[in-house]
Design a protein around this ligand. Sequence first.
Ligand SMILES: Cc1cc2nc3c(=O)[nH]c(=O)nc-3n(C[C@H](O)[C@H](O)[C@H](O)COP(=O)(O)OP(=O)(O)OC[C@H]3O[C@@H](n4cnc5c(N)ncnc54)[C@H](O)[C@@H]3O)c2cc1C
Length: 1019
Amino acid sequence: MSSSTHAFVAKPQQARLPYPYRPEVDVVEAALATLAGQLDWTQVIRAGRPWVEAVREKPAPFWAMESLLREYPISSAEGLALMRLAEALLRVPDVETAIALTADQLGRAEFDADSVVEGPHKMLAGISASAISLSKKFLPDADGEGGLLKRLGAKTVVAATVRAIQLLGRQFVLGRTIAEAMDEAQDQRKDVESTRRGAGSAASGLRFSYDMLGEGARTEHDAERYLASYANAIKAIARGQVAASPQTADGISIKLSALFSRYEDAQRERVFAELLPRVWRLVELAAGANLNLTIDAEETDRLELSLDVLDALAERIAAAFPQWQGFGLAVQAYQTRALQVVDAVADIARRHKLRFMVRLVKGAYWDGEIKRAQEGGLAGYPVFTHKEHTDISYLACARALIAHADVIYPQFATHNAGTIAAILQMARTQGAAFEMQRLHGMGEGIYREVMKDPAVPCRVYAPVGEHRDLLAYLVRRLLENGANSSFVHQLADSSVDAERLLASPMTTARPAAFPMPAYLYPVDHGLQRRNSSGVDLAVLAERAPLDAAVAAASVPGIAEAGKEEVDAAMTKLDAGFEAWNERPVDQRAAIIRRAGDLLDARLAEFCGLLVREAHKTPGDCVAEVREAVDFCRYYADQAQIRLRDQTLPGPTGESNELRMNGRGVFVCISPWNFPLAIFAGQVVAALVAGNTVAAKPAEQTPAVAARMVALLHEAGVPADALALLHGPGETVGAALTAHPATAGVCFTGSTQVAKIIQRTLAAKDGPIVPFIAETGGLNAMIVDSSALPEQVVDAVVQSAFRSAGQRCSALRLLVVHASIADGVIAMIRGALAELNVGDPARLSTDVGPVIDDEAYTNVSRNVARLKKDAKLLGETPLASNFPRLVTPVAFELARIADLKEEIFGPVLHVVRWNGDVDAVMREINALGYGLTLGIQTRIDSRAQRLARLAKVGNVYVNRNMIGAVVGVQPFGGEGLSGTGPKAGGPHYLFRFCAEQTLTVNTAAAGGNAALLAGESGGH
Ligand SMILES: Cc1cc2nc3c(=O)[nH]c(=O)nc-3n(C[C@H](O)[C@H](O)[C@H](O)COP(=O)(O)OP(=O)(O)OC[C@H]3O[C@@H](n4cnc5c(N)ncnc54)[C@H](O)[C@@H]3O)c2cc1C
C-alpha cells in the first residue's frame, strides 16, 4: 500500500512554541543577543546606499503607482477613496451601484490630476488621477438621482475608473492564467539575463513562485476549485521546465485556507482528515516534478496548527519522497515566537531527515493581529508592535536559518534595502546558500540593482488570476505601499534621505507601542476601566484550564422559592434598602468592581458551569463571562462618574444640589440565553445605583445565577441587599412584580412576557414603578452589490447560527441585492454544509443544542412549517446524536412582510431586493421590532443614510451583528424590542435612580454673608 492511501490522523496539539504574550522587551532583547557581533551596519549602509540612489535616479514604470500612493497616501481621504474603490468597484455587477459607489468615494476626495502628471514615467498615476478627477465632474451625488445626461456621463467615467483600477491591479499580477504568467516570467528572465553574464534561465538568477489568487475558501466548492487550480498550475510549471533542483526551478506557493474552509485550530481533526489529503495531492505533484512547494504563512491563530501540519506532511514525505528538497513554508518574523518557529521547523526537518526551503517574511496581517488581540482581551500582542522590532526579529531569524543550513535552504523575502544588505552580509560571512525573494510589482528597482551581482539569485512571488480574485491581494499591497512605516513608501519619498532609510533597526528594545489589550479603554474622570481578560483558544496554555473546568463542572440543584420565601425576601430587602442606599457611591462601586475582578479570575470555572447548564460552546462561554466582568467594571465606573451629588447653578444666597438615590427593591428578571451576562448586568446596575435586588433567573439556568449571587456576596454585597429567587415566571416572577415593595422592574425576555409584566404593574395600586424591558427582534441585514460576498457570508453565519440562533440580536432576515443573491446564497449553502452541530463541550462544535425540549419542539415545528411554505436554501447535515440539536437552516421568502415572528433558533430567512434601498429599510421598520440591523455596503453615505432611517437600536456596518461590547456598543432597541435605556451604555443607571434636588436658602439666617464678603455668589 502506498503511503498516500493512509489517512492523516490528528495528534493532540503539541506545545512546540513558547507563550506568545511574553513582554516584548524580553523577546526583543533575546533576539538582539543572538545578533551580537554578527553585523557591521556601516557596511550595510555602504552597500545599500547606491541601490537607493540608483532607484531614485531612474524610476521604473511601476514607479507610477508608488508615486500615486505618495501623492495620495492611504492616510489621506484620497488614498482611502482609491483603496476603497480598488477593493470594491471591479466586483460590482450592476451599473447603478457602481455609479453610486464611485460617486460616494470620489465625493469625499480632492484629486488633482495636474499635480501628479508632471515628471517622467508617471503615466499611470496620471491616468488614474485624471479619470478620478474627471469623474467627479460627471457623477451624481451618491445615491442621488442626477439628470439623464449626467448619468450617461457617469457611466463613462465609471468605466474609466474601472480601467484605471484594472491598470493598478495588473501591476501586481503576472498573468490572468498560469500560461500567460509563465510567458511573462520568461520575458522577465530575458531582461535580467541581458544585464548579467551567461545565458539560460538559471544564469538569470530569476526564479518564480506562482500563487493562484483568491483566498479563504468558504465552501467545499471553493476549496475544490482552488485545489484544481493549484494542481493545474503545478503541472504547467513542471511541463515548462526541466528542474535540476527545486532551489533553481520555478515553484508554487499555496494557502491552506484556500484549500479548506475550516483551516482553524478548533477544527484540528477535520484539518487532518480533510485538508491534508488535498495538500498531499499537491505535494505528490510537486515532488514528482522536483519543484518547490511553499505553504504561505497566515494568521497567528493558525501558527501552532501549521507546524503540526508541517510535521505530519514531513513524516509522509520522508517515506514517499525522501530525496525531495522542495517542500517549504513561510515564517513570519513579526511573530513574537518567530525564532522558536525557525527552530521548530529545523527540528521537524532533522527528525524526518529532510531539507526544507524556508521563506522568511516580515508578515502581512499586522493590523489584523493587533485588532484581534484587542477585541479578544488577550494577554498581549502576538506580533511586535514596533517596526524595528520586526526588523530585528527578521535578522535574528535569518541568522538562525543560516545556522540550520544543513536542513534548511533559506529564502529571504523583503523589499527593504537595509534588510537585503544585512542579509547578504550575513550569508556571505557564513558562506550559506540562499536566495532573495520579492513580490511581483514591488521592489523591482532595488532588485534590479541588487541582482547586478550574479551571485544573488532572486525568486519572484507571482500572483496569477483574474481581476475579481485580485482584490483582497491588491488591498494588502496598497496598504503595504501606502503605509508610512513601510520601506517602499519611504523609498518613494525623496525627503527621507538614504542614511535615514537605511538606519540600523538595532536600537534598544522598547515596551509595546500600544497599551496591552487589558488597558484598551482610556482613562475617564480619572478611572481606568480594565478590559475583561479573554482566552486565546489556539494557545494550549490558555485553553487547558478551560478544558479542565469544563470536564470537572457539574450543575448543582437550586431550590425553588415558594410564596412565603418571596415575601420574606422582599421584606428583608425592603428593610436592607436604607443602609445600602446610604453607603457612599464609591463604596458600592468598589464592591461591584471587586465582584468583576473575582469573576475575571474565575473565568474557567464559570465557563465550565455555562457549558453544562446553558449548553453553550466554550467560545461563547468566554465571551459571556467577559461581558459580565465588563458590566461590573463599567457600571462601577459609571456610578462614580454619573451618580455623585451635583451642585447646580442658581441665584446668590441659595445652594442647589442634585442627588441620585436608589429607588428601593428592584426586581431583576433575566433570560436563559445569557444566564450570566444579562443576569449580572441587571443586578449590578441596580445595586450600584443604591437599590436592593430581588433577582429571578430563568428557570433553566438557576445554578449560574446562584454562583454569581454567591460571588457578589463574597465581594461585599450585604445579605439583605441581594436575594436569589428561583422559580417559574408564572409564580415567583408574578409574585415579585406584583409585590407592594417592588420599586422597579428590569426585565429581559420575550415581548409577550414584557407585556404581562407591564399590565401587572399597571394594575397595581400605589406608586407607578419604572419598567425597563429588553425584548426580542426580527433583525435584518441589508446587503447591496458592493458588499464583499465572503465577508457577508462570514457575518451571516456568525450572526444567524452562533449560539444556535438563541440571541436576541441574532440575524433573522437577510435582504440581499438580486444581482448578487445567487452567489451569496450558494456560498451560504456551502458554509452551512461545513458547520459542526453537536456537543457544546467540544471545542470543534459550532452550534450546540437549543436550551430545552419546549424550545426544541417549537423551533422544529417552525422549521417543518417553513419546509412546506418556503423555499429551502440549505441546511447543515446532522452528524451527532446529542439531544435537542436543531440544524442550522436557511429559507427564501418572497417578501420582507412574510416574516411574521421571531423563531428563537438557527433559522435564517432570505429575501432578494431590487430598486430602492430606502424602501427596503422602511419595510424592515414596518415589522415593528427595532433591535439590531446589519448593513453591508462599500457606499459609506448609503450606510449612514440607512442607519438614520432605521428605527433600530444597534446598527452594524460591514461586520457581524452580535456580541455587543459593554461601553462600546451599548445594547438595546426600540419599538417591540424594548424600552431602553441601553444596557452597557452611559444612560442605563439613571433609570434605576430616584432623583432628588436639595435647595437650601443660605441667606435665611440673617443675610447673604458670602455676597457681602465679596465672593462670587450664585453658586
Ligand atoms: C516573496 C514574498 C512572499 C510573501 N509571503 C508571505 C506570507 O506567506 N505570509 C505573510 O504574512 N506575508 C508574506 N509576504 C508579505 C510580507 O510579509 C510583506 O511583503 C513584508 O512584510 C514587507 O516587508 P519588507 O521588508 O519588504 O518591508 P518593510 O517596510 O521593511 O517592513 C514592513 C513590515 O514590517 C512590519 N511592521 C510594520 N509596522 C509595524 C509595527 N508598528 N510593528 C511591528 N511590525 C511592523 C509588517 O510585517 C510590515 O509588513 C511575502 C512577501 C514576499 C516578498
